[in-house]
Design a protein around this ligand. Structure first.
Ligand SMILES: CC(=O)SCCNC(=O)CCNC(=O)[C@H](O)C(C)(C)COP(=O)(O)OP(=O)(O)OC[C@H]1O[C@@H](n2cnc3c(N)ncnc32)[C@H](O)[C@@H]1OP(=O)(O)O
Ligand SMILES: O=C(O)CCC(=O)C(=O)O
Length: 371
């Protein structure tokens, strides 16, 4: 199978999340970081948005990164001219392809949409650009109409097609079937763009890849419109561990980039967020901690170091004697069976009062008080 390409869109769809507005420094920092960890392609913004966005795009282009840089455009020649003025050599041209989208935006005039696509695509190709085409709302489009649209774009010179599950309504099985049909009928590669409205963005992205898509849009932390996009860290780690696909991305820095984007976006993550959440390698429950102390693989799908995190063992309401003894031994405290049990009872009580696990300091003072 050909190498799958990550085309990260944190700086475009990620920033479209309501309430997110990266400044120039943050945009540059995120682009540099994505490049540094080996992301091969980055969608860096929408030049049509105006001066500030154009400055950010041009500044990122000027960095001379290894990654291919892509600008998002409507099927409007002025949008593409703005992208070219920023120095971009790759453009993405999006058109709506479902009846509901074409109806709302172009009064159902699909021929007009095709004409806009043909005109803007020809213009971009005449400027010597790499042109990727996006089918907005591909998942709800009539399948024959979608295929006819892409076959036309392919004939007119497009280099890649982005299959968009714009409102996140697919499941992995349907995604697989739809993408398989396209991959079988097209000569240009297919890219996946999946949204998380039903919590299936990553699963659907993987299903598309399984069906033969060769490129995938991601965003760091899954940031993006509404419930977000397929998360970079989830797609990379799932491909690595579940599909045995090494994308040559430095996964040891995934936590760092997650924190960078969390700070820049102003949105923290729930502790249980897959891959990068604070609790993904934290163990409190007695049975789990006992297992992990013998062999971490009992309750961890991969080693925390792989994403740049450390394992945490904490005591709380659900802890057991093995974990407690282990933590106390690290502080030179050895208790007999009864003493351990009475500290454990006190830990449970205090944890319930505080509604959280205990810090090491709280545990040690509890030991001092129960002796
Ligand atoms: C699914 C997605 O995520 S698509 C990407 C969405 N991202 C964004 O919208 C963020 C950036 N957008 C913007 O800054 C602005 O919307 C701009 C600069 C692109 C356009 O702004 P405005 O001129 O004020 O128009 P507005 O946003 O209100 O309406 C969209 C216009 O684009 C048209 N349009 C929408 N999609 C497309 C398309 N794919 N190709 C061509 N025209 C399109 C609409 O028909 C409408 O046209 P009209 O002004 O002639 O009626
Ligand atoms: O690139 C496109 O064509 C549209 C991308 C998008 O953000 C979406 O459909 O959700």
């Amino acid at each position: 199978m050909d190498q799958v390409v990550i085309n990260d869109t944190t700086l475009r769809d990620g920033e479209q999340a309501a309430g997110v507005a990266f400044n120039l420094e943050e945009k540059i920092a995120i682009a540099k970081f994505l490049d540094a960890i080996g992301v091969p392609e980055i969608e860096i913004g929408i030049a049509a948005m105006g001066e500030a966005e154009q400055q950010a795009i041009a500044s990122i282009v000027d960095l001379g990164l290894q990654a291919h840089l892509l600008g998002w455009n409507r099927a409007v020649i002025a949008d593409i001219q703005a992208s070219i003025a920023c120095g971009l050599k790759r453009v993405h041209i999006s058109i709506p392809v479902s009846a509901i989208q074409i109806g709302a935006k172009f009064q159902g005039k699909w021929q007009l949409v095709w004409q806009k696509l043909k005109d803007s695509l020809s213009f971009a190709l005449d400027q010597g650009l790499f042109v990727s085409i996006g089918g907005e709302d591909s998942s709800r489009a009539d399948e024959q109409f979608l295929l006819d649209t892409i076959l036309s774009a392919q004939e007119w010179g497009a280099s890649r097609f982005r299959f968009c599950d714009t409102v996140g309504i697919l499941d992995p099985f349907t995604t697989y079937d739809k993408v398989k049909k396209l991959v079988t009928s097209l000569s240009i590669p297919v890219e996946m763009h999946t949204h998380n409205d039903f919590g299936l963005a990553t699963a659907n992205a993987l299903a598309g890849i399984q069906a033969g898509a060769l490129s995938v849009n991601t965003t760091v932390n899954g940031l993006g419109e509404r419930a977000g996009n397929a998360a970079l860290e989830e797609v990379v780690m799932a491909l690595k561990h579940l599909s045995k696909m090494d994308l040559s991305i430095d996964t040891r820095r995934l936590l760092e980039i997650s924190q960078l984007v969390a700070t820049a976006s102003g949105y923290g993550l729930p502790p249980w967020k897959a891959i990068v959440g604070e609790n993904t390698f934290a163990h409190e429950s007695g049975i789990h901690a006992h297992g992990v102390l013998q062999n971490p693989h009992t309750y961890e799908p991969f080693a925390p170091e792989e994403i740049g995190r450390e394992r945490r063992l904490v005591v709380g309401k659900h802890s057991g004697r093995h974990l407690l003894s282990n933590l106390l031994q690290q502080h030179g405290i050895i208790l007999n069976h009864e003493e351990t049990q009475s500290v454990l009872n006190a830990v449970r009580q205090e944890s319930m009062q505080k509604k959280r696990s205990l810090t090491t300091q709280e545990l040690l003072s509890l030991v001092a008080h129960t002796q």
